[in-house]
Structures are given as C-alpha cells and as structure tokens.
Ligand binder design. Structure first.
Ligand code: 13P
Ligand code: SF4
Length: 319
C-alpha cells in the first residue's frame, strides 16, 4: 500500500540522517526484513544479529526483534545508541526466568557452570558463566562437558533437553519454554509427512522432544535456512516461526515449504506459529523510534559489566 511505501521512504531517509543501521530477526515482518536488506543492515539469527551490531560502524543500531536482542546489542556496544520499534516486545523464556528466582537457583547449585540461553534479561546474563544462542549451544556444552563441568541450564527446557541428549552432559534444567515452538506437534508433522512422504522436516530446538525426534535437521533459524538450501529434498516441513519463510523461500525459490502443524489433527492455526512479540515490530513504530528516539535501550552500567563477560565468551568461542 502507498502508506507503507511512504513509511519505508521515511525510514530509509532517517536511517541515513541518524547514521543508523537496521538489524532484524527472521521472525519480523517481511517488510522489515526487506528494508534491513535493502539498506545494508542484516537479517539473521540471534547470534549473527549480536555479531553484526557489535562490528558495524554506525552510531545507532535499530534492533527489530525482541527485547533481549536489543539489550545484547547495548551490552556489546555501550557507545552506540540502541533503538527498538517497541520496548514491549519480550519473550516467554525471558518472562519465565525472573532474575531473583534464577539467582536463588544458582546459589543452590554452586558446583555447576551456569549457561543461559540468549533469550534472557541482562540481569540473568549477569549471573551466568556463559551465554549461548541455539546455533552455538551444542558446541559450547560439548566443550564444557569434555572439561568435566556440570551444567546449570536456563531457561528453555526443550533446548536444554535436546543438548543434554546430544552431548550426554550433566545438565540441571530450568523449567521454561517458548510459547510459539511448544505448540508444534509430532502427530501433525507425521500426518503432513504421510501426504508428502519425500518432505524433509526442519525443526528449531525450542520445539518439544517429540517433534525434534521426527526431524531431519535441528538448528537455529540460520542453520535451518542453510539446510533448506543444502538438502536434496524439494519439499520441506518447517517447525519454527513462520516469519522464516520470507528468507527461506528466497533461498530456495524452487522448493515447496510447509508450515509444521501446531495441532495434533494436522490443521494449522492462523496465529500459532508466529511470535506475538516479534509481531509487535512494525513500520510505524520503527519509523517512530528513529524519529524521536523512543524505544531506546539502556542497561545499568554494573549489570552491563557483568553480563558482558559471558556474552564475550560466546562471541570468542571457537568450535
Ligand atoms: P535463533 O537464534 O535461532 O534466531 O532463535 C531466536 C529465537 O528467539 C527463536 O525463537
Ligand atoms: Fe521468545 Fe519464542 Fe518469541 Fe523466540 S519465538 S522470541 S523464543 S517467545
């Protein structure tokens, strides 16, 4: 629509005027992903978003995603202004892991190395030895396990359980979940595969174990897009937020992509496979953030100092 085009032009102008770059997650609206691409920003998984923002020379980062992504950007680049279209965009994993309860859990298990998923608040990261994203989690835990360390893992129990199974590490798990991925059902995937028997099944590890079990490939958003490109199959059943289809379909224009069912009967549900917080990012509030610096992220200096260490460990980790 014409008003979207006017908004897009305004955002492009403001990005230049403010020496700003747009860093977007795959789950945001297609229009935002496209804009990030067209303006020299990035569209990627949460690890690459952190890397890109930290390395980029722009003085302002506009992070389209959820709050922990903006906080991570600010912790890594305190000298930059970090803006988000809305500060309301949180994550069920972050909500489900309050810093004070988490600190008590850590205090009760002082013999364990604390590894937290990036989908947490700065205060939770500040209590951790390591931060990981889904694309690097297995490698980091494997490394710690080889060194004989016992792990305290938070907050995603599905991702934690998956890593535990894969590495054999001793992991004590926090009881958290992603409300989007938790809705995928193995029966639905099986039903869909009985219609498309040659389809490959691609699953994000925040999904329940029963869904991970039927997967051909398990990985972060970027890893799933790479798998779609590399696998020989022409059909793909994809269990992650449907925002990923924009870039995945671009990567494999000739292949057919199916959303994994979120109900046991094989039916898809209109709003299930889409994160309600990612959906809060829109062209209007993105333009607003650039116009008047609303949605600016601030992280307390002491908290930042403590959260930086486990984040840097992740960024410096070599497989
Ligand atoms: P990725 O690191 O795979 O992009 O995951 C982030 C996320 O929030 C998935 O729900
Ligand atoms: Fe959090 Fe799930 Fe949304 Fe990712 S999709 S931001 S894990 S609620």
């Amino acid at each position: 629509p014409a008003e979207d085009e006017a908004r897009i032009d305004e955002i492009k102008r403001l990005l230049e005027e403010r020496n700003a770059v747009l860093v977007a997650h795959y789950y945001t609206d297609d229009a935002i992903q496209q804009l990030a691409e067209e303006t020299g920003g990035c569209v990627s998984d949460s690890l690459e978003m952190a890397r890109f923002g930290a390395r980029h020379e722009a003085s302002t980062l506009v992070v389209a995603g959820v709050r922990f992504m903006g906080e991570t950007a600010k912790i890594l680049s305190p000298e930059k202004r970090v803006l988000m279209p809305t500060l309301e965009a949180t994550c069920s994993l972050d909500i489900g892991c309050p810093a004070d309860e988490f600190a008590a859990f850590c205090d009760a298990h002082p013999d364990r190395t604390v590894v937290v998923y990036a989908n947490t608040s700065a205060a939770v990261k500040a209590r951790a030895d390591w931060v990981v994203t889904s694309s690097i989690a297995v490698d980091v835990i494997e490394h710690l396990h080889t060194r004989g360390e016992k792990i305290l893992w938070a907050p995603d129990k599905h991702l934690g359980g998956y890593i535990q199974k894969k590495t054999g590490a001793d992991m004590l798990l926090w009881d958290g979940a992603c409300i989007v991925h938790e809705e995928f059902k193995a029966k639905g995937v099986d039903d869909l595969r009985s219609i498309y028997p040659d389809a490959a099944v691609l699953v994000h590890p925040e999904s329940p174990a029963s869904v991970v079990e039927v997967a051909d490939v398990v990985g972060s958003t970027s890893q799933l897009i790479n798998a779609a490109r590399e696998l020989p199959q022409q059909e793909m059943i994809v269990a992650t937020d449907r925002g990923i289809f924009f870039k995945m379909q671009q990567a494999v224009p000739e292949k057919t992509l199916f959303e994994a069912p979120t109900a046991g009967n094989g039916a898809t549900c209109k709003s299930c496979a889409h994160c309600p917080w990612m959906a809060m990012n829109a062209l209007d509030n993105l333009a607003g953030a650039l116009r008047d610096h609303s949605g600016e992220i601030f992280v307390d200096a002491e908290l930042r100092r403590r959260a930086l260490k486990p984040l840097e460990r992740m960024l410096n980790f070599k497989r």
